[in-house]
Design a protein around this ligand. Structure first.
Ligand code: MOS
Length: 744
């Protein structure tokens, strides 16, 4: 039998998804369901002085209106609201008081027998506010920038390292230098599936919750802590998730409101947010960056300063890793990295695909492009002159690094050598043609994960883990890993996931899941095989008695002799001999922290982009792009390719389309809908090519995987901005780049 790992399998749940059979959080029909609709604040900051729910309550079909005045007593301490991804600060508690902290904050929940009644009832709730002045712009409030508070969640997001060498002295004396500022607007995750929760009130303090989330266990703990329930009595299910991109890393307020209403009314309650309300949750923060990079005459980096000023909310200190990435990619003897938060009257930002990484690398790789022009060196050659053989920030070797291969393979596929470096020199009819390139870098994370593995009566392998599949392909990829471990066809593997009742998994995030759950599967499978062999030998007259472990193999649902497959014991026979009881085991998969302390572990990419800019109208089209990725072993080339090409589309979006625009006078978004929040359509996306560099990593983990969820995005915005410069001679450092900026 051919191994499944390495095969470009189509998604196992693909048919369910495209035929509409897959059920999402708001699709579960439960008896006596009530519908909650959120009333959102229309002011940005201040307090509620009067809330009148009488008209809403009088509406036939309205069951209750919950506000800060009548909501039931709840957990008091902030800590109990702190989920696994909560940054330092005071967690936002819906309906906890009369204070308004951001525009669109939930201020009431109308619960009715029908969705339409609840929605109409929400318009009847009358609110009077006392408004206060507010701030919603990083650029206009740089004076308020300060260091972020530290907390548990910052373990994965360390503050910038201490300075090295003497940046000021070396930079001021350097022969070649670039001093540049970069700015990014806000982006909203906007997954297709709206945030929704269906809470089934089981009685006896028990809840079953269908929730849109990236982490079933994170939300299970949150609900139990806040509502004073036992962990085992709260079950959170999310078998299908219609995209999330980071927005589901934390429990969102529709979960809280749905559970609160269900417990208060002792009924089943569903709360679904509308698209407008989706803009009041998570977002990628606006930011400003200042970079000062210097090189010697040969283009070797000698000094770098990278200062980031990033939005957070008034109540939590959300941070990203932004300023220190250049030093993990390029050797730079003299560095100064800074990160400051700017608290604004907006909801707390949340990680969005490649958080920090894509933000930083846009600035870093555009600065590198500018240096290349100052030096008169090809941009790719400049990267190669600064290629790091070991991690420059720590001096540690990499577990693997095939970035050079990424550069070479992507450049050759793209045809980079045909580039005339002179800006505006390449033309195609009425179009200016630009070639740009950039580097991507991302962490290779692995979290502890527990997996239960069992052989059923039918001889099938069942794997259980609480992990979600937010559209990444986890279900398929994990099935492939499990199949190979036991030598089974994938049809004989059942992967159970998306359920907090199953053994522990972190939320799906950080491109970590293939390594996290995958390694746990390897561990559990190994233990299961030992158990199976032992049980097989215990069978009376077993042909395997006295056979050494090295002489047997697990194949086609049997344990057989390596050199004589006719001598075998089937899994079914083993279970039958076990009085029909399934054979099972549970094991933990953990990163090898001690061993890995000596190494740097990262994924890399290189993107090469061609743009066409209309000579007269200045409209910009990304005509083709090639991204090469080095991310260790690729379990499924098809789902992995989808992750990368999807990220590349996002890169086009980030560079040219996506932004939530705030009216600074109102403190609210003016385009909170999918008509005016621009994302690329088919007409904007042309030829995309994905290459996986051959990268064998025998150190990183048992599978050799490093994750592909985010790395495909990192290099794209910078490569596009650099291509636009090449086409037009204009450096536009604010994303998204619009054609009108090229008209000036
Ligand atoms: Mo992601 S931003 O790791 O969900």
């Amino acid at each position: 039998m051919k191994p499944s790992v390495g095969q470009p399998l189509s998604r196992l749940e693909g048919r369910q998804k495209v035929t509409g059979a897959a059920k999402y959080a708001a699709d579960y029909q439960v008896p006596g369901l009530l519908y909650g609709y959120v009333v959102s604040s229309t002011i940005t900051k201040g307090k509620i002085v009067r809330i009148d729910t009488s008209a809403a309550k009088a509406l036939p079909g309205v069951v209750e209106v919950l506000t800060h005045e009548n909501r039931p007593g709840l957990a008091w301490f902030d800590l109990q609201y702190a989920d696994m991804d909560a940054p330092p600060g005071t967690v936002f508690k819906p309906l906890c008081d009369d204070k308004i902290r951001f525009n669109g904050q939930p201020v009431a929940l109308v619960v009715a027998e029908a969705f339409e009644t609840a929605r109409y009832g929400a318009t009847l709730v009358q609110l009077n506010y006392e408004e206060e002045s507010f701030v919603t712009s990083v650029e206009a409030n740089l004076g308020a920038a300060r260091a972020a508070k530290k907390g548990i969640a910052t373990a994965l997001k360390p503050p910038p390292p201490a300075p090295t060498g003497d940046f000021e002295k070396v930079y001021s004396a350097a022969p070649i230098k670039v001093d540049a500022e970069y700015q990014h607007g806000i982006e909203h995750h906007n997954p297709m599936e709206l945030f929704a929760t269906t809470t089934v009130f089981e009685g006896d303090g028990k809840l079953t919750i269908y929730d849109k989330t990236q982490g079933t266990i994170n939300n299970q703990f949150f609900v139990a802590n806040v509502f004073g329930l036992r962990y085992k009595d709260v079950r959170v299910l999310a078998p299908y998730v219609g995209g999330a991109f980071g927005s589901g890393l934390r429990p969102q307020y529709q979960l809280f409101l749905s559970v609160m209403a269900a417990m208060y009314l002792k009924r089943n309650v569903r709360v679904v947010l509308d698209r407008h309300q989706m803009f009041t949750l998570a977002h990628r923060p606006q930011n400003m960056q200042r970079l000062q990079f210097a090189t010697d005459e040969n283009g070797r980096l000698t000094a770098a300063r990278h200062a980031a000023f990033v939005e957070t909310s008034s109540y939590e200190d959300y941070t990203e890793v932004i300023s220190s990435w250049s030093h993990r990619l390029y050797p730079i003897p003299n560095t100064r990295f800074e990160y400051k938060v700017v608290p604004l009257d907006l909801s707390t930002p949340i990680d969005m695909r490649a958080p920090g990484g894509v933000t930083a690398m846009h600035a870093i790789e555009c600065t590198m492009d500018q240096l290349a022009y100052k030096l008169g060196i090809d941009p790719l050659e400049l990267r190669l002159r600064n290629y790091a053989e070991v991690d420059p920030s720590t001096g540690k070797p990499f577990t693997s690094k095939a970035l050079r291969e990424c550069y070479q393979q992507a450049a050759s596929k793209f045809g980079w050598s045909e580039r005339n470096p002179e800006p505006g020199s390449m033309k195609r009819g009425n179009k200016l043609v630009g070639y740009g390139m950039a580097t991507g870098v991302w962490d290779a994370y692995q979290f502890p994960s527990r997996v239960q593995a069992m052989i059923t009566k039918e001889g099938k392998l069942k794997i259980n883990n609480a992990v979600t599949d937010i559209g990444t392909g986890t279900f398929t990829v994990m099935t492939q890993v499990a199949a190979d471990e036991l030598g089974l066809p994938i049809e004989d593997v059942i992967f159970g996931y998306g359920d907090s009742k199953k053994p522990f998994s972190m939320f799906q995030g950080g491109s970590s899941m293939t390594s996290s759950t995958g390694v746990a599967i390897v561990m559990a499978a190994k233990a299961l095989k030992e158990k199976l062999l032992k049980k097989a030998k215990d069978i009376p007259n077993s042909p395997l008695v006295g056979v050494a472990e090295k002489d047997i193999t697990f194949k086609d649902g049997s344990i057989s002799l390596r050199n004589d497959p006719s001598v075998h014991v089937s899994f079914q026979a083993i279970v039958a001999a076990n009085k029909g009881q399934v054979i099972k085991t549970t094991k933990m998969g953990k990163p090898h922290l001690l061993k890995l302390r000596k190494y740097s572990k990262m994924t890399h990419s290189a993107s090469f982009v061609e743009v066409e800019v209309d000579k007269d109208l200045k409209t910009i089209v990304v005509t083709r792009a090639v991204t090469a990725v080095a991310a260790g072993k690729i379990i499924n080339p098809k789902t992995a390719r989808s992750q990368i090409s999807g990220s590349m589309v996002w890169g086009i979006s980030k560079a040219l389309h996506e932004e939530s625009v705030i009216d600074e006078n109102l403190g609210k978004y003016v385009n909170p809908n999918l008509a005016e929040y621009h994302i690329p359509t088919h007409a904007d996306v042309h030829q995309l090519e994905v290459i996986f560099a051959d990268e064998k990593d025998e150190l990183i983990n048992e599978l050799g995987t490093k994750g592909v969820g985010e790395i495909g995005l990192v290099a794209m915005p910078a490569a596009i901005a650099n291509a636009i410069f090449h086409a037009t001679g204009k450096r536009i450092n604010r994303l998204p780049i619009h054609f009108d900026e090229l008209l000036a």
